[in-house]
Write a protein that binds this ligand. Structure first.
Ligand code: GLA
Length: 404
C-alpha cells in the first residue's frame, strides 16, 4: 500500500467510511418481553385496540412484571406516498403512528412494528425491499422501538444481505430499535445473525395446541411440543443480545390452564423472548397468573442469558435444567404425556453438567434449597430425594439455590 492509500484509508476510517455497521449492542440483554397482535388478531389491527392493549398491559400488572414492547404485526400499512414513504392505513390508524407511539410511551411502554424483507409482507402489504433506509428513517421518526422483519416474497433475495441491510439502516437512522428477525429458521440464522439481529425465529409459526401440526394448505404451523423439539441443538447460539425465538406465546388463547403453564415455563427454560399473543383487555385470572409469575419470568430473564437444556427423558417425562446467575439452577419436570408422571429425583446420584457453557451442579458436594415456582414456596433441599407428581401436559418447576 502506498503512503497515499494509507492516508486515504486513515481518513476513511476516521470518517466512518468502510467501518462495518453494527446493530444496537445495548438492547435485549435479556430476552425481550412484550405483546404482539398476530396470534390473536391476525390482520384485524387498529389504533384503538393497540391503545387498549397498552392500557391492559399496565392494568393487568404485566408492565410491572417486565413486559415492555407493544408490537403491531402485519396489516397496519396503507401504502407508499409519491416519494416512497410508507404510511399506515388511515381508517385503522386515523391519528397515525407518531401519535400512537406517543401514547404507548406515555404509559412507560414501547411500540413495535412489522415489515418484511421482500417486496410484500406475508399478508400482501408493501414490503421494505428497496426501501430499507427510507423505512428505517420513517420508523425512527415515528418513535418505533422494535421491528419484526419477516421473510415472505423474497425470491432470489440473500438472507444475510437482506437482514444486514435493514440492520445497517436501523443503525444509521439512529433510534435504538430491537431487530426481531423472522425467517422461520429457513436459513439457519443462528449461524450468522449474532451481529445482525437481537432475536431470530427458529421455526415456522406456533399454533394454539399442545402437540399438533396444522396444515394451512402449503405451509404448516406447530403446537407447543413440536416447537420445543425444534430447538434441539440451538442453545449454544443464544446469549445476551441475541436470542433464539421459538415464536410468540399462545397463553390465554384457548389451551387448558395446565398446557398454558407448561408452555410458559418451557419458554422461560429456553430463555425465549416472552411476547404474549392474547387479548390483554380480557384475561382470566389464571391467564394473568401465568403471564405475571415473577419467579418463572426471573428464570427467563436471568442475567447469565443461558438457554436451558434437556437433561433426561424417560417415557413422557422430560427433565430440563437451566444455569442461572450466582450458581443457581432452574429445573423443569415437563410431562408431555396423557397420564400423570411420578418424579423421584435423587440429586446425590445426578451430575448435571452444561458442557457448552462449562458449568456444573455437583449435588454430592453442594446442598441446594428447592423452591417450587408455581407453588411459590420452599419445598425441601437436595439432600433428600425429590418426589412429585406432574399432571398430564403440565410441569413442576423449581429453583435451586446453593446453601452456603
Ligand atoms: C408470518 C410470520 C407470523 C406473522 C405473519 C403475518 O407468517 O411468521 O409471525 O408475522 O407472517 O402475516
Amino acid at each position: 500500500m502506498t503512503n497515499k492509500n494509507i492516508l486515504l484509508l486513515g481518513i476513511g476510517l476516521f470518517l466512518g467510511i468502510g467501518v462495518q455497521a453494527q446493530k444496537f449492542e445495548e438492547l435485549a440483554l435479556t430476552p425481550p418481553m412484550g405483546w404482539n397482535s398476530w396470534n390473536k388478531f391476525a390482520c384485524d389491527v387498529n389504533e384503538e385496540m393497540i391503545r387498549e392493549i397498552a392500557d391492559g398491559m399496565v392494568e393487568s400488572g404485566m408492565k410491572d412484571a417486565g413486559y415492555e414492547y407493544v408490537v403491531i404485526d402485519d396489516c397496519w400499512h396503507g401504502g407508499r406516498d409519491s416519494l416512497g414513504f410508507i404510511y399506515p392505513d388511515s381508517t385503522k390508524f386515523p391519528n397515525g403512528m407518531k401519535a400512537l407511539a406517543d401514547y404507548v410511551h406515555s404509559k412507560g411502554l414501547k411500540l413495535g412494528i412489522y415489515s418484511d424483507a421482500g417486496t410484500a409482507t406475508c399478508a400482501g402489504y408493501p414490503g421494505s425491499r428497496g426501501y430499507e433506509y427510507q423505512d428505517a428513517l420513517q420508523y425512527a421518526e415515528w418513535g418505533i422501538d422494535y421491528l419484526k422483519y419477516d421473510w415472505c416474497n423474497t425470491e432470489n433475495v440473500n438472507p444475510i444481505g437482506a437482514y444486514s441491510t435493514m440492520r445497517d439502516a436501523l443503525h444509521k437512522a439512529g433510534r435504538p430499535i430491537v431487530f426481531s428477525m423472522c425467517e422461520w429458521g429457513d436459513n439457519q440464522p443462528w449461524e450468522w445473525a449474532e451481529d445482525i439481529g437481537h432475536m431470530w425465529r427458529t421455526t415456522g409459526d406456533i399454533f394454539n395446541c399442545w402437540d399438533c401440526k396444522h396444515d394451512h394448505g402449503g405451509y404448516f404451523s406447530w403446537g407447543v411440543t413440536r416447537i420445543i423439539d425444534m430447538q434441539d441443538g440451538l442453545r449454544k447460539y443464544a446469549g445476551p443480545g441475541h436470542w433464539n425465538d421459538p415464536d410468540m406465546l399462545e397463553v390465554g388463547n384457548g389451551m387448558p390452564v395446565n398446557e398454558d403453564r407448561a408452555h410458559f415455563s418451557m419458554w422461560a427454560m429456553l430463555a425465549a423472548p416472552l411476547i404474549a399473543g392474547n387479548d390483554l383487555r380480557d384475561m382470566s385470572p389464571e391467564t394473568i397468573g401465568i403471564l405475571t409469575n415473577d419467579e418463572v419470568i426471573a428464570v427467563d430473564q436471568d442475567s447469565l442469558g443461558i438457554q436451558g437444556f434437556k437433561y433426561s427423558s424417560v417415557d413422557s417425562l422430560e427433565t430440563w435444567f437451566k444455569p442461572l446467575n450466582n450458581d443457581e439452577w432452574a429445573v423443569c419436570f415437563f410431562n408431555r404425556g396423557e397420564k400423570p408422571a411420578e418424579v423421584n429425583f435423587d440429586w446425590g446420584y445426578e451430575m448435571v453438567r452444561d458442557e457448552i457453557f462449562g458449568l456444573e451442579a455437583s449435588f454430592a458436594e453442594v446442598t441446594y434449597s428447592i423452591r417450587d415456582l408455581w407453588k411459590k414456596q420452599i419445598v425441601g433441599k437436595t439432600k433428600k430425594v425429590f418426589k412429585a407428581t406432574v399432571p398430564s401436559h403440565d410441569v413442576v418447576m423449581l429453583r435451586l439455590v446453593p446453601l452456603k
